[in-house]
Design a protein around this ligand. Structure first.
Ligand code: FE2
Length: 189
């Protein structure tokens, strides 16, 4: 049985996100307002453990918490999910297609690295990927990536990291690219 705190926190969070989609179609405003709701949810102790139903230090993978069929960035439908990551778990630089994604850390810490296409002066047909920013998200920290932005993540703790994400559109429905930062080569996934 879920406690009142868990049920209420989840319901309030989902309702807050739905309200955002109901009132604006602008991706930056959507992401900013969803990030504010996530910040509030992350302050509530204990609600997520129960929602994801995992023992405190074991269990990895993803748990979908709410898939919305009515509201989504420019179409169906947003996904609230949780990713439980192994120590050192990382991924290739990637974008999220037309979607934005909000990342909040509940437990552990992840490094975020941002990449951009750079065209050297006069070389307008030979862009390369450049790492231009990195930062760490600790428990309670929230960050987001707007449509088209490229990033990769890494769990920098010795234990698991528990990351709450809102995908403006459920990402498996969105064509996205994954990049080799050495060669700039992209592949659809
Ligand atoms: Fe991502």
């Amino acid at each position: 049985m879920a406690t009142v705190a868990t049920t209420q926190t989840m319901a309030k969070f989902v309702e807050g996100i739905r309200d955002v989609f109901a009132s604006t179609g602008d991706p930056r405003e959507q992401a900013q307002r969803v990030a504010a709701h996530m910040q509030e949810a992350l302050k509530v102790p204990g609600w997520l453990e129960e929602a994801i139903n995992l023992p405190p230090a074991e269990g990895y993978g993803r748990v979908d918490l709410h898939q919305d069929e009515e509201y989504g960035h420019p179409g169906p439908g947003f996904l609230l999910m949780c990713s439980i990551q192994h120590p050192g778990q990382d991924n290739w630089p990637h974008d999220h297609g037309s979607s934005w994604v909000v990342y909040g850390v509940y437990e552990g810490a992840i490094e975020q690295v941002k990449w951009g296409w750079v065209y050297d002066q006069g070389k307008w047909t030979t862009p390369h990927l450049e790492r231009y920013q990195d930062y760490v998200e600790n428990p309670g920290d929230v960050a987001f990536f707007l449509p088209g932005e490229i990033h990769n993540t890494r769990n920098i703790t010795e234990g698991r990291s528990v990351v709450v994400r809102v995908e403006g559109q459920e990402l498996s429905r969105v064509p996205r690219h994954r990049y080799n930062p050495e060669t700039g080569e992209a592949s659809l996934y």
